[in-house]
Ligand binder design. Structure first.
Ligand code: NDP
Length: 602
């Protein structure tokens, strides 16, 4: 961390003061309860606009080797890695009409992934595919999900437009009974849950939301029948229309420039501005990304993880704004670093943070012509308080005559909705269409919320067991009392900004567990002691970042300003170290979770 652009003590004190004011303006007493789920009377918000007519089929009553719940990248990678291990019948059950998960549902105009395509798209070495853009459009990523699924023959047994409704361990057949909303009741020796962390869309609990008579939808269910066009734009259905968009997170930032191109008038309802850094998307060649030898993509992906995890790396291959700001991500994703002099480290960190945020605010001022609008677009919080975003089009959109920024911070978001539109600060904005870019219930998997009941040994429901004792796992994947159940990408493991990399490492692990159990004729189940030992690892080394998030503007990183969940939820040394630990454990200790089929654990 460099102090070269050191801010003075006065400047830092002023930043702290301003950040506190901005936080206080925004904290709401109802915290996360302000949001509505897209169910019951709002269930239509979650309908699948892409699947077309769902063909009927007979309910299944058979047995497969592995049931994978979810056909996003987690489920696809689990399937691929299981196939590589020679596992025969792998049945992916997916709510959407095809594979893709996030990239199936999110097809909004302007959609791209802001993590470099050459590290984000998984299994590039295995599929021989080399993306042509530094940051890939959503449709290319969705097609890659299909490519992997085809290559590893996952379509043969997949069930689409089908939701798993329960998982019940049957001692007699030593298998999970899987039921679905299509009447299926089949058995699976193993279950891998890959239900995603951003799969439940959320709606703003704006008073009167149901009164609005105009058109409305969530960005993850884009209504092209209404807007016309494609993810590339050309939204001719919006010409002459008054369009509102709520939300200026990573989705809002991508969608606004496309809406601005075609809407008669666009109102952007902002509550907290995002940090919008340079993106610099560009075409790339295979040569640019070193795609000239086997394993190039794995090397690049590992290098990216090293850099963003704060590990030492000889080179920064990706060299973008994620990697150059990596040092500022440590409050978000724990790293391996444990500086000897914590006080000096935090002081230097604050200077770097303030310098970066000043740069982000200066960028707004440089780009946005209207001074009042520019002022409102400036983010006043520390870098890791909100998910950083990157765009070279978003801020520029506010220079167009047909775009108006409506700041809603003083009223904690939109005040209310009427038949005609939305009300902010006593002013009614009449709208033909209101688009909700309000995100997802982050981290909510049906397994944890109870929406997908999982009954293990003795009929014990996982959610109830965890409510009593808090989450109990070994490495985040397996739990005592729930044999042959592997949870992917969940709590008590480690994450990264390149989430597909994390999912792939988890998939490799899941496949190794299944292959190990098959080879040994065993069931997979950790002891309570192994869970205790893992929880001790998490708790004993957890970095203290609570104070940082307690001073942030509200958002899903800090429980909407009301604190983070209790208990250690992540491996404290980051994803790079976690993957290493898993690899060593597979080589040396995996037998500890492989139990004889007949000996149920106490
Ligand atoms: P977010 O949850 O990040 O953003 C939701 C937005 O809605 C926020 O700006 C929020 O304001 C605003 N909002 C919520 N309620 C109200 C209200 N009542 N009135 C006004 N504004 C409101 O959702 P996104 O869809 O943007 O992102 C979801 C996830 O998807 C993120 O984790 C992101 O990382 C990921 N993503 C990744 C992309 C990529 O390129 N890799 C692209 C797009 C998304 P406030 O901040 O004040 O709460």
């Amino acid at each position: 961390m460099t102090n070269s652009d050191a801010l003075s003590a006065t400047e830092l004190a002023e930043l702290r003061r301003r950040y506190r004011v901005e936080r206080e303006r925004r904290v709401r007493p109802d915290g996360a309860r302000q949001y509505l789920a897209a169910d019951a009377r709002f269930g239509y918000y979650a309908d699948d606009p892409y699947a077309g007519e769902t063909p009927g089929r007979e309910p299944l009553r058979d047995r497969v080797d592995v049931a994978v719940v979810g056909g996003g990248f987690g489920g696809i990678l689990a399937g691929a890695r299981l196939r590589q291990r020679g596992i025969g019948r792998v049945r992916v059950v997916e709510k959407g009409g095809d594979f893709g998960g996030t990239w199936y549902w999110n097809r909004y105009p302007g959609i791209h992934c802001d993590v470099e395509s050459h590290v984000y798209l998984p299994l590039l070495d295995e599929t021989g595919y080399v993306p042509e853009w530094k940051y890939a459009p959503g449709e290319e990523i969705r097609r890659h999900a299909v490519r992997i699924s085809e290559k590893f023959d996952l379509y043969a047994d997949a069930l689409f437009s089908t939701s798993v409704t329960s998982l019940t361990w049957d001692e007699t057949s030593e298998a999970w009974i899987v039921t679905t909303d299509r009447g299926d009741e089949f058995r699976a020796t193993y279950v891998v849950t890959a239900t995603g962390t951003l799969s439940e869309l959320k709606l703003p609990g704006i008073p009167g939301i149901e009164d609005f008579k105009g058109h409305t939808f969530h960005t993850s269910r884009w209504d092209y029948a209404y807007t016309g066009g494609t993810p590339d734009g050309g939204l001719t259905g919006l010409s002459g229309k008054r369009v509102g968009v709520v939300g200026t997170g990573a989705t809002g930032i991508q969608v606004v420039p496309k809406l601005a191109e075609d809407a008669g008038h666009l109102y952007v309802f902002q509550r907290t501005p995002s940090t919008v850094d340079v993106r610099a998307n560009r075409r790339t060649t295979a040569q640019d990304v070193g795609a000239d030898h086997d394993g190039w993509a794995r090397e690049r992906r590992d290098n990216f993880l090293r850099v963003v995890s704060g590990e030492s790396a000889e080179e920064d291959l990706v060299a973008d704004r994620w990697t150059s700001s990596a040092g500022l991500l440590e409050k978000l994703l724990p790293s391996f670093r444990r500086p000897a002099d914590r006080k000096a480290f935090e002081a230097a960190y604050e200077v770097t943070d303030g310098t970066k945020m000043n740069e982000i605010r200066a960028r707004v001022e440089r780009i946005v012509i209207d001074a009042d609008t520019a002022e409102k677009l400036k983010p006043w919080y520390r870098y890791a308080c909100k998910r950083p975003t990157f765009s070279d089009l978003y801020l520029q959109a506010f220079n167009l005559d047909n775009v108006t920024l409506v700041d809603t911070a003083d009223t904690h978001g939109i005040e209310r909705m009427t038949e005609r539109g939305v009300v902010v600060g006593g002013t009614e904005y009449a709208l033909d269409c209101l688009i909700l870019a309000t995100g997802f219930s982050v981290g909510t998997s049906g397994v944890h919320s109870g929406q997908l009941p999982v009954h293990g040994r003795g009929g014990v429901q996982l959610r109830h067991a965890w409510q009593k004792e808090g989450p109990r796992t070994l490495h985040g994947f397996t739990s005592n009392g729930f044999p042959n159940l592997i949870q992917l990408g969940g709590t008590q493991s480690a994450s990264s900004v390149n989430y597909t990399h994390v999912l792939d490492e988890h998939a490799v692990h899941a496949a190794a567990l299944v292959a190990g159990a098959e080879a040994r004729g065993a069931v997979i189940e950790p002891s309570r002691e192994a869970e205790d030992a893992w929880i001790a690892v998490l708790a004993g080394n957890a970095p203290d970042h609570e104070w940082f998030h307690a001073e942030c503007t509200p958002g899903y990183y800090n429980g909407e300003g009301r604190g983070r969940p209790n208990g250690p939820t992540a491996y404290p040394h980051g994803a790079y170290a976690f993957h290493d630990l898993l690899k060593r454990w597979r080589e040396e200790s995996m037998d500890e979770v492989l139990q004889d089929r007949t000996s149920a654990r106490p």
